[in-house]
Each structure stands twice: as C-alpha cells, then as structure tokens.
Design a protein around this ligand. Sequence first.
Ligand code: COA
Length: 260
Amino acid sequence: MSDYKNLIVTTKGEILFITLNRPEKLNALNQEMLSEIKVAIRKLYMDNTISGAIFLGNGGKAFAAGADIEEMLKIGDINARKYSEFGQEVFNMIEKSSKPIIAAIDGFALGGGLELGMSCHIRFCTQESKLGLPEVNLGIIPAFGGTQRLTRAIGRCRALEMMFTGKPIDAQTAYNYGLVNRVCSKETLLQEATELIENIITKSKISLGCIVESVNSFYEYEEDGYQTESNAFLQCCKTEDFKEGIKAFLEKRKPVFKGK
Ligand code: COA
C-alpha cells in the first residue's frame, strides 16, 4: 500500500510519475505534500531502476494553485523562515537531480505550483494553462525559490511585472517568454512529456548528470538570493497586510492593504 497521502507515485518502465493529488484544493501544496515530494525525489535519486521523473497534477484543472493558503494561517514569525527554507530545499533537490525531471502542467500553475514547475529541468504546458506568482495579492512574496528562478528564466523586467501584478500569463505568453519548452494539447501532454524523457534516458547517465551540474553551476553565484528571499518572506509574514491577504482569500473577497 502507498504511504503517500497527497501524491500518487507510480512507475512505468524507468520513469517515475509523481501526481499532485489534492484536486479539491487545486493540488495546493501543504507541508505534508512537500515532505512527500522529498521522499519521492529521494527515491528517484536512490533507485537504480528509475532514470527520470514527470510531475503532473490530478483533476484536470490545476498543476498546483500554490502553497496551501489555509495552512499559512499557522505560520508564526519563528517558523516563516523554516517554511520558506524547507520549500527551497525540496525544490533545490529537484533542480539538482542528475536524472531528468519534466513538469507536465495542465491548468493553473500558481505560486508554489509554478515554483515547483520551475525547479524541474523541462516544462511542458497545455493551451489552457495559466502560470503566475500571485503572492503579492496575499501580502507576501514567492518563498520557495520563485523570485530567483523566475528572474533567471524570463529576465528581470518580465519577472518583476509578473510578481508586481500577480497576474498569471497564458500558455502562449509563457512559451514566448521561454518559461515553458512546449505548449501541448490536453490529450497529448503526458504522451509528449513521456516521449521526450524516454529519449533523454537513452543517453549516457553520466553525461546527463554532468550537464545538470554544469548548467546549475552557471547560477551558483546567485545562491545568496535564496537567503534574501527567505528573510524577505519572514518580514512579510510579520505584517498586518499578510493577515489581511490570507483572510481576504479565505473570505473570497479583495484584500485591503494598509502597508503595515
Ligand atoms: N491554498 C489553499 N486552497 C486553495 C488554493 C491554495 N493556494 N487555491 C485554491 N484553493 C481552494 C479554494 O479555497 C477552494 O476551496 P473551497 O472549495 O473549499 O472553497 C478550491 O481550492 C477551489 O478553488 P476556487 O478558488 O473555488 O476555484 P476558482 O476556479 O474560482 O479559482 C484560482 C481558481 C486558482 C484562480 C483560485 O483558487 C486562486 O486564486 N487560488 C490561489 C492562488 C494563489 O494565490 N496562490 C499562491 C499561494 S501562496
């Protein structure tokens, strides 16, 4: 029996399929799901019979609509930093995997959902997908590496506009920005992702690992950016605006921010 409560993890051939599985909450990432992702990625690292992984979301409406906002109510001043650093740790593991990982995005990839997608090596999405970092609407900032990875992926101007406005972009814009590798139809998304990964894993595993390591080293001088992000997230979590942002989302109304 599976030990996962928030994921469906299956293998087909040499590929691990990791499905985010809280469809009633648009696959929002709670702490338990993040811990389970860590377990699944550890399996990818350790299991010699597995050569690559694909992330996807259950329910047909979302890859993941962000970190679990309800759970954020419990974040106090002390553990806001830990909360951010744990997300960063799990997503760094994904980014550093010597085995290829593809995000197959169908629907909303928002906040932590996009941050998860951006930590994968390759991203495909469907025409219906919406990608964004809407944390500003909650009085916080992306804290699982999103400020760093979005800027790397699409450049400072576009990243700032997306994070300032919180407005999601559509699939074609994401493709034009270089945020996704390919836009697929709903029907072919998984098949196209599987075909690509099947091709990649026929290559030398040593070469693949060395490519990931070398590409990641291009960004290593930016490592401090993750600490800056965690510190800034902690600052936001201490504010009245943060409480108002979360409350407004749960009450299904627009927040009224006072800048304190
Ligand atoms: N955390 C917790 N619950 C979430 C969630 C999140 N990030 N995103 C969606 N949900 C829940 C909703 O509260 C709702 O639960 P309910 O049925 O118990 O009320 C359910 O998922 C369906 O979402 P709903 O908002 O009714 O769907 P929609 O189609 O009207 O809107 C979105 C979809 C994605 C636009 C909207 O859910 C949204 O804005 N989500 C938050 C996105 C966000 O800010 N992410 C960053 C978080 S740090």
